[in-house]
Design a protein around this ligand. Structure first.
Ligand code: IMP
Length: 178
């Protein structure tokens, strides 16, 4: 168990399970994109640890780039605006795999995909470590999923609670009330 601020979390996905799944995803991507011009784009901060383990298992040549998402509220409406920042790789005419830590409502990947499509890539697919199908309300479902999980808050392995917990080497979920 780990305590972060006011909350207690219990183990949910172990480091062995994470390494096994990242290896399997890496091999699958290597097979699917063999012979193609490929760019991986990992979304910081959450995907840093997943991207690292995943990419160690990719055996084909590929470019690797990192982006961030800045979120802000528009002046004239209450909609949250998400902007892709830091894409300094030319993806025109290339295949892109977006690496995410978690797809929850799907809002973030929907916005990122619209931004990336403007750069005229050949294709864009999403590879996420975690996916919460019950929370998903988006348009684009993730193409590669490590683990589909229930709609509960998780931390560790890149994911944070109030900016803490990203360094944990496993995934923890909020402890259930006894
Ligand atoms: P979405 O736009 O609702 O799909 O949310 C995606 C983002 O919300 C992720 O990249 C995370 O930063 C954050 N998020 C969603 N669920 C969790 C969670 O259970 N733990 C930590 N962060 C989460």
């Amino acid at each position: 168990m780990v305590t972060i601020g006011d909350l207690t979390f219990e183990i949910f996905i172990t480091d062995e399970e994470l390494l096994q799944e990242t290896a399997s995803l890496g091999m699958q991507l290597s097979a699917d994109y063999a012979g193609k011009e490929l760019v991986f784009i990992a979304v910081l901060n959450g995907a840093f640890m997943f991207a690292s383990d995943l990419l160690k298992n990719v055996s084909i040549p590929a470019e690797i780039s990192f982006v961030k998402v800045s979120s802000y509220t528009g002046l004239t409406n209450s909609e949250e605006i998400k902007e892709l920042i830091g894409l300094n790789t030319n993806i025109q005419g290339k295949h892109v795999v977006l690496i995410e830590d978690i797809v929850d409502t799907g809002n973030t990947i929907d916005k990122l995909l619209v931004s990336l499509e403007k750069e005229n890539p050949l294709s864009v697919k999403v590879c996420t470590l975690l996916y919460k199908p019950e929370a998903f309300k988006g348009v684009n479902k993730p193409d590669y999923v490590g683990f589909s999980i229930p709609n509960a808050f998780v931390v560790g392995y890149g994911l944070d609670y109030n900016d803490l917990g990203r360094n944990l080497n496993a995934i923890y979920q909020l402890k259930k009330e006894e």
